[in-house]
Design a protein around this ligand. Structure first.
Ligand code: ADP
Ligand code: MG
Length: 586
């Protein structure tokens, strides 16, 4: 069908523009909360009916809108927040485009009541686009915006949004997010007359975390903080034991604005690498304070995307800050997990903490000289000890006395709290992972030369990224070059990797290259694969000396309780659990 080109009529233009800002009920809620925050409100109440389609009412105690401005604020590009193009480069309010109220007025029945200073309150009613009515009303200081019959005039939009329940849940997520990012503001959300969320505005992020996620999660969050030059970071992140199946609880705020920034997401994920299983994500609430001129928020109408003057630096600072906080938590001795919420008689992963009662005993238990028979373990021992010395502060594992090996796979040990089982492969994997990461950081991967070079034939698909593969191998302590279209010749391999694992590792490497387009995430995955392939296996007999040495080295690591894949290395069965199981104690 051929149609003539003609200019769109005003109403269509209005609705197109509105669609960008108000995609669904939750976007209305977001814009209205933004406005309340910009008006310095300390209390924001949100009432929603029928998923926001019948009613969204946002009530704040902010500065209010002068009566003379009421009509202006629903006009296109009317804003009190910026006045010149230069202002766009240093935005310190959440709104600035002056289009939210205009857009909302275009697709709903909008009513704004506001009281500013000593003047009486006024109510503006938008009857139809451009047709408004003002009257005086009695009300407390602040602003009350009421949006009824959202999208009544855009039936097409209604088709694209979910039912009331799913829209209500989006609204709840939006409000929760703001509540987490603004601990100084008291938020209240009511949906169909039921209170869904309440925070108290006391300025404490942990309180807000408790209100949003519950107390159990609140107690498993650790603080992160950083301040240098222009960047300040404040917030909380979850211990790896608390995690989610998606990224939806990674909340990043830049100067109070909830944002999505890819680089930051990667950095956050990376800081948890090897502490969380693949496909699991932490809970993160961080607020970045950066001078507005270093942040571009004018990337998209919803203002959820931001760019930083120095994206890489911001991402790396965020990553390092979280990593440091996690390391500190793992080495903290007083951070004790609550014992009583553990299921009876169950072995549980040793969290990051332990009872610090008998540190001195520990040294008596541990052998200091090592005359290991197992070459593989011994060689790591000496080096790991020396290179990690400067980082060692507090012991991260309970003092353990090795008793023996079970099923040629698990080391059984006694400790201050009871019995411990250590997965030998998982433990060694953690040790090797941190060693590899150190070596890679300093570009000094120890390698061993092969007596006979290996020739590896790649599959057709693998051969397509031959160059990538060879580069990566050489970075990892291999000496490899391509040889024909499908062959790779390998002359040296990383010192820790047993020769018989080379093929399997290269397979892993091809997959990692395939799966991760982000370089940092890929590098982590590769280090994990290398550690996994190099670590002693289940089914391998270990001497008492070797087992002691393994535990000693595990203790030297930054994250001794998780293997490279984030699974536990060590399980605990406490004395009191044993007593209960044996019926000695109720
Ligand atoms: N809750 C509120 N309290 C005080 N002023 C408000 C409030 N909501 C809107 N306003 C005023 O209305 C103007 C237009 O709002 P909006 O359309 O959201 O644009 P923007 O927030 O981008 O300025 C704002 O600049 C502000 O002056
Ligand atoms: Mg606004």
């Amino acid at each position: 069908m051929v149609r003539n080109i003609k200019p769109l009529d005003q109403e269509t233009i209005r609705q197109l523009a509105a669609g960008e800002v108000v995609e669904r009920p939750a976007s209305v809620v977001k814009e209205l909360i933004d406005n309340s925050i910009d008006a310095s409100a300390t209390k924001i109440q949100i009432y929603v009916e029928n998923g926001g389609l019948d009613l969204i009412r946002v009530v704040d105690n902010g500065t209010g809108i002068p009566r003379k401005d009421l009509e202006l604020c629903v006009q296109k590009h009317a804003t009190s927040k910026i006045s010149s193009p230069e202002d766009l480069y240093k935005i310190n309010t959440l709104g600035f485009r002056g289009e939210a109220l205009y857009a909302i007025a275009s697709v709903s029945r909008l009513r704004i009541r506001s009281k500013h200073g000593d003047s009486p309150g006024a109510e503006l009613e938008c009857l139809s686009p451009g047709n408004t009515r003002i009257r005086t009303v009695g009300m407390p200081q602040g602003t009350q915006v009421e949006v009824r019959n959202l999208f009544y005039n855009v039936p097409a939009r209604l088709k694209f949004i979910g039912g009331p329940t799913s829209e209500a849940s989006r609204i709840t997520s939006t409000v929760k997010q703001y509540a987490l990012g603004h601990p100084n503001i008291a938020f209240e959300l009511q949906i169909d007359g039921k209170k869904q969320l309440e925070t108290f505005g006391k300025g404490n992020i942990l309180d807000c975390i408790g209100s949003v996620f519950g107390l159990q999660i609140r107690d498993h969050m650790i603080p992160v903080a950083y301040e240098e030059d222009e960047i300040e970071i404040k917030g909380y992140v979850s211990l790896p034991s608390i995690n989610r199946s998606n990224r939806s609880d990674i909340h990043v705020f830049v100067n109070g604005r909830p944002v999505s920034a890819k680089q930051l997401m990667f950095a956050i994920q990376e800081s948890y690498s090897s502490l969380l299983m693949v496909g699991r994500f932490p809970i993160v609430i961080i607020n970045l304070l950066i001078p507005p001129e270093f942040v571009d928020v004018n990337v998209h109408p919803t203002k959820a995307e931001v760019r930083f003057a120095d994206d890489r630096r911001v991402a790396s600072v965020v990553g390092r800050t979280i990593r440091t906080a996690l390391q500190e938590a793992f080495s903290s001795r007083d951070a004790e997990l609550p014992q009583d919420d553990q299921p009876q008689g169950k072995l549980r992963p040793l969290a990051f903490s332990f009872n610090s009662a008998s540190i001195s005993e520990k040294h008596a238990w541990h052998v200091t000289t090592s005359t290991q028979t197992h070459q593989h373990i011994e060689s790591t021992s000496t080096e790991a000890t020396s290179s990690l010395e400067e980082e060692r502060t507090l012991p991260k594992l309970p003092p353990l006395r090795v008793l023996g090996q079970i099923a040629l796979t698990y080391i059984i040990a006694e400790g201050p709290n009871g019995m411990y089982l250590i997965d030998q492969h998982a433990a060694h994997e953690r040790i090797l992972l941190e060693r590899i990461q150190k070596e890679l950081e300093t570009d000094k991967v120890a390698s061993q030369m092969l007596l006979d070079p290996l020739i590896i034939t790649l599959g057709d698909h693998q051969a397509t990224f031959m160059k990538n593969l060879v580069d990566e191998l050489n970075r990892l302590g291999f000496e490899a070059e391509s040889f024909g279209v499908k062959e790779i010749i390998v002359r040296s391999i990383p010192a820790i990797l047993p020769k018989e694992e080379v093929m399997a590792f290269i397979e892993d490497l091809c997959q990692d290259i395939n799966n991760f387009s982000n370089v940092e995430l890929r590098r982590n995955a590769v280090a994990v694969s290398l550690a996994c392939r190099s670590a002693i296996k289940a089914g391998q007999q270990l001497s008492m000396q070797e087992m002691r040495s393994l535990i000693e080295q595990l203790e030297q690591t930054n994250f001794p309780t998780a293997c490279a894949h984030g699974r536990p290395t060590i399980l605990e069965l406490t004395k009191s659990q044993l007593e209960r199981e044996f019926g000695r104690k109720g």
